[in-house]
Design a protein around this ligand. Structure first.
Ligand SMILES: [Zn+2]
Length: 210
């Protein structure tokens, strides 16, 4: 994924918390650092607004309510790992820069093609260590996400095949196919429901068929 663009154009607020609904959308309902989704934690309430340039540092105080300085992040990345970190000049030269998906091409520094993320350079390594991006928890969630996406893709392909068959069929054969379509649709919904349950462990299993 190249450098992300902010697509929301919120009005100017004097309280940064008002940007939250816009940030959620721009950050795709996921943490800007570890990319965990709301549905993989306890929903929206597990997420914070991070100030890329920390608001507690006097020289960045003017950026407190500036939308481009805000990121939607999980509480762990924000409160436990990043906190008020900002690198000194020497640290920056050593690769200690927090990768911001709206400023940096994260894929140039971290290989994210597999559930286990690997650094490509010192910048990537620094971020993997700072945010524990290769922790068991993160790798497991990514793996489950990929597995669910694959199952869903297969279910959708099944649905399309049956729809094509129905278009061509006549009489009793058509009725059988409509029945198969309904069954496949329910299986598809089951996959979505299971994925939500697997990824957001504390959410109950939802029945989307009602
Ligand atoms: Zn995170």
């Amino acid at each position: 994924m190249p450098i992300r663009k902010r697509r929301q154009s919120p009005p100017k607020f004097t309280n940064y918390r008002n940007y939250r609904p816009y940030l959620r959308i721009d950050c795709l309902y996921s943490c800007a650092y570890c990319e965990i989704f709301e549905t993989e934690l306890n929903g929206e309430y597990s997420f914070h607004i991070d100030h890329y340039w920390p608001k507690s540092v006097h020289r960045f105080a003017g950026l407190k309510n500036v939308y481009s300085n805000l990121l939607y992040t999980c509480e762990t990345c924000n409160s436990i790992f990043k906190k008020a970190f900002f690198p000194s000049v020497i640290e920056r030269l050593a690769g200690k820069i927090v990768l911001n998906p709206f400023k940096h091409d994260v894929d140039a520094h971290i290989d994210r093609s597999k559930p286990e993320w690997k650094s490509k350079d010192p910048f990537g390594q620094f971020n993997i260590e700072l945010f524990h991006l290769d922790s068991f928890r993160n790798c497991r969630k990514r793996s489950l996400r990929i597995q669910s996406q694959r199952m869903l893709k297969n279910s959708i392909l099944d649905l399309r095949r049956i729809e094509d068959d129905i278009r061509k069929a006549r009489g009793a054969g058509r009725r059988d196919l409509v029945f198969r379509l309904k069954t496949a649709r329910n299986e598809c919904l089951e996959v979505i429901s299971d994925a939500k349950w697997l990824l957001g462990r504390k959410h109950g299993k939802e029945d989307f068929r009602r």
